[in-house]
Design a protein around this ligand. Structure first.
Ligand SMILES: Cc1cc2nc3c(=O)[nH]c(=O)nc-3n(C[C@H](O)[C@H](O)[C@H](O)COP(=O)(O)O)c2cc1C
Length: 160
């Protein structure tokens, strides 16, 4: 479980706020469900980031919580070539729940790599495991390790 908190006071390059919208649902099948948010401005660089997601209080009074996340910004070239819709997708580590309609603040802290086109889901999923490992390492190094429970289902699943 994550501890209710505010965003950490560490360097960050970009902050995005918005409401989580439905995606194509492929992420859950891949074992990496994502919270999708509209990309607000083109100045935001495409790529994969280690960052945090702050979930705002829900209408039912559920308090906001801070989560570590591996975040993708781009056109998902593996599936849609260059013409895909540009999306921000956050995979919250050690989190399993429905986020549709929740307000979120996403802080992009460290750019891990550019978006790439992979030969298929198997190769992409292998890279997603590495991205999550890199994000975990970043969280521990940055003092956010207390947000990680190690009880993730999403980042241990394999493609079907
Ligand atoms: C950490 C992370 C890194 C990603 N990197 C790439 C990438 O390099 N290339 C790509 O085509 N898609 C990438 N994606 C996007 C996935 O293709 C996308 O999450 C998946 O297709 C599920 O999309 P959906 O939830 O909208 O169905 C990445 C997603 C995440 C969470």
């Amino acid at each position: 479980m994550s501890t209710p908190s505010t965003a950490p006071a560490i360097d960050r390059t970009d902050v995005v706020t918005g409401v989580v919208v439905p995606g194509d649902q492929r992420g859950r099948l891949l074992g990496f469900p994502t919270a999708n948010v509209a990309v607000p401005h083109h100045a935001l660089q495409d790529g994969v980031w280690a960052g945090t997601v702050l979930l705002d209080p829900a209408p039912d009074g559920t308090p906001g919580t801070l989560h570590v996340a591996a975040v993708s910004v781009g056109h998902r070239p593996t599936y849609y070539g260059k013409d895909g819709e540009r999306l921000l997708e956050a995979n919250l580590l050690d989190f399993d729940g429905d986020l549709y309609g929740r307000r979120v603040q996403i802080d992009l802290h460290v750019r891990l790599r550019p978006q790439r086109r992979y030969s298929g889901s198997t190769e992409l999923v292998e890279q997603l495991h590495r991205d999550v490992q890199d994000t975990r390492r970043w969280a521990h190094e940055t003092g956010l390790g207390h947000l990680l429970t190690g009880r993730a289902r999403s980042d241990r699943a394999r493609p079907r």
